[in-house]
Design a protein around this ligand. Structure first.
Ligand SMILES: NC(=O)c1ccc[n+]([C@@H]2O[C@H](COP(=O)([O-])OP(=O)(O)OC[C@H]3O[C@@H](n4cnc5c(N)ncnc54)[C@H](OP(=O)(O)O)[C@@H]3O)[C@@H](O)[C@H]2O)c1
Length: 272
């Protein structure tokens, strides 16, 4: 198996419902090489992501060209359309959810598999440890090339990192500028070589996108404020997600990865 290749930016598939397959196809056409989804029908149509992936060969692409990521979601985060029997133990739930994800995505492995979020807002529950142990097994078997956790606070991440036998390799969190772009968790990830994925970079920070200082940087570099924020994110250690539904924005978000922001630009945006 080829080594895990990290993308520069990930295309997110939440809230796209019936348009999911069309939008994922457009994202692949635009040049995205990484897709984030979940078996959580309330917010994601992973089965429709899979529909778009059936067209890979006709694009001259192979499964190995892509980074595919999905998630195990607790019963509490799901509606009635479950990928597992909720009465089964957590290990069985994770295995069933993962198997259904592989089926949906027409693949026999994932590049990354995440716990969608710890059970409770604070601390790690026994069920989190059972889920993590099952995810470790998926990693050891080679079916999940990396494992990680989403919606996690610094206490939970520290505990997971310190007490697990297989350390989390990915974190996926919402990034608010007012919280230093999730500074504590982000910096912990940098120190422990965990890939930090950030979402809601644009939607959670409209005041930063609209700030005149970002506008001035964008004008100087002939890009949009949204592109400046996505590129800024990568410069402070964030692997960004974008869920744009607009093909022009898809191109812009990809192009943003090559823009030259100076250290002063980074400091200026951090200070907003
Ligand atoms: N783990 C979790 O619990 C969790 C939670 C939320 C999200 N996620 C993941 O993260 C992904 C992204 O979510 P998100 O909240 O960051 O984004 P999002 O809700 O998909 O929204 C992105 C927004 O930014 C706009 N946008 C993107 N690029 C732009 C550009 N170049 N110019 C102008 N506007 C632009 C989009 O508008 P247009 O559509 O008009 O371009 C859209 O309004 C999701 O799809 C999902 O995969 C995970």
């Amino acid at each position: 198996m080829t080594p895990l290749k990290l993308p520069q930016i990930i295309y997110g598939t939440a809230w796209k419902e019936a348009a999911t397959a069309k939008l994922v196809s457009e994202a692949l056409t635009a040049g995205f090489l990484a897709i984030d989804t979940a078996y959580q029908k309330k917010h994601y149509r992973e089965d429709f992501v899979g529909e778009a992936l059936l067209g890979l060969e006709s694009r001259g692409m192979k499964r190995e060209d892509l980074f595919l990521q999905s998630k195990y979601t607790y019963r509490e985060g799901q509606d009635h359309r479950l990928p597992y029997d909720p009465k089964s133990d957590f290990k069985t739930q994770v295995c069933a959810s993962f198997a259904n994800t592989l089926k949906n995505l027409h693949t026999d492995y994932l590049d990354s598999y995440l716990l969608h979020g710890p059970r409770y807002a604070e601390g790690l529950a026994d069920s989190d440890w059972e889920v993590w142990a099952a995810m470790e097994e998926l990693h050891r078997s080679g079916q999940a090339r990396s494992i990680g956790v989403s919606n996690v606070n610094i206490g939970q991440l520290t505990e997971l990192h310190e007490k697990s036998s297989l350390k989390p390799q990915m974190v996926q969190n919402r990034c608010y500028a007012v919280r230093g772009w999730d500074r504590q968790v982000r910096e912990y990830c940098i120190r422990h070589k965990i890939v930090y994925q950030g979402f809601s970079l644009l939607t959670a920070n409209p005041q930063v996108v609209a700030d005149p200082r970002v506008g001035a940087i964008a004008r100087r570099l002939k890009m949009t404020p949204q592109q400046s924020i996505l590129r800024f994110a990568t410069r402070i250690g964030i692997l960004p997600l974008t869920g744009t539904t607009n093909p022009t924005h898809m191109k812009e978000d990809l192009d943003a990865m090559h823009l030259d922001l100076t250290a002063d630009d980074i400091a200026a945006i951090l200070a907003i």
